[in-house]
Design a protein around this ligand. Structure first.
Ligand code: SAH
Ligand code: DHB
Ligand code: MG
Length: 221
């Protein structure tokens, strides 16, 4: 079992369930051209987020970590025309690239990019006292994951879904002695999740063109 095979199978899966998609391909190409890290969700994972948001009937979505807006496009396509995706990005260059990609996808009216550090923007969202989010995708630095998740729950309602990316990290997550900031951040999140009576959660390992990782899914009680 090799990363090469996982990538080959991902390409095959794309041919089955994704097909050609000009806006998504342009977003991926722009991220590569700008030499952004190749860490956008895969097409099939993006579509999973899209489908879960649709199953949920979500119209208010929150994303932490925009990068080039690849996952944002998948999420914005899941909401009705009067729906909204608020996506938080701390890097202004990334936010600018994402804005162009989201505009090209015809989704600018549904997407609100908030440029700033998540822990600055999340309290502002709470202070705005807007309608709670139906769906949240957390995909930014893992070091503060526990805090992002706590904010996501506070900004949710009963029945909201929260997906957390990159919670397995090639299996490094089982190493209690790890000094890696990402691993420590995920482990701190997991400790909090164990006793978090606000949610029901699960965690799934994945292999893909991006290697071996996983995601967590939580349903707010
Ligand atoms: N969700 C995107 C990928 C996000 S990559 C996709 O799948 O297409 C993670 C992003 O989080 C990067 O663009 C990075 O700049 C951003 N980020 C890192 N730390 C952050 C923070 N503290 N607040 C907000 N964004 C952050
Ligand atoms: C990596 C993958 C991600 O999905 C992410 O959000 C950050 C980093 C990685 O493979 O390094
Ligand atoms: Mg990720």
């Amino acid at each position: 079992m090799s990363e090469e095979l996982w990538a080959t199978v991902d390409t095959y899966i794309n041919g089955v369930v994704i097909g050609r998609d000009a806006a998504l391909e342009a977003a991926a190409a722009s991220a590569a051209a700008a030499k952004l890290p190749p860490i956008s969700v895969t097409p099939a994972y993006g579509k999973l987020l899209h489908l879960i948001a649709k199953v949920r009937g979500a119209s208010r979505l929150l994303e932490i970590g925009t990068l080039a807006g690849y996952s944002t496009i998948w999420l914005a396509r899941a909401v009705p025309a009067d729906g909204r995706v608020i996506t938080i990005e701390s890097n202004p260059t990334h936010a600018g690239i994402a804005r162009a990609n989201i505009e090209r996808a015809g989704l600018a009216a549904r997407v609100d990019i908030r440029v700033g550090a998540a822990l600055d923007v999340l309290p502002q969202l709470a202070a705005d006292k807007q309608t709670p989010f139906d769906f949240t995708f957390i995909d930014a630095d893992r070091a503060r994951l526990a805090d992002y998740f706590d904010w996501a729950v506070r900004l949710s309602r009963s029945g909201s879904v929260i997906i957390v990316d990159n919670v397995v990290r090639k299996g490094a997550i089982v190493d209690a002695a790890s000094d890696n900031a990402d691993v420590k951040g995920v482990r701190r999140f997991n400790e909090q999740l164990k006793s978090d009576t606000r949610v029901d959660a699960t965690m799934i390992q994945t292999v893909s063109a991006k290697g071996y990782d996983g995601f967590a899914m939580a349903l707010v009680r």
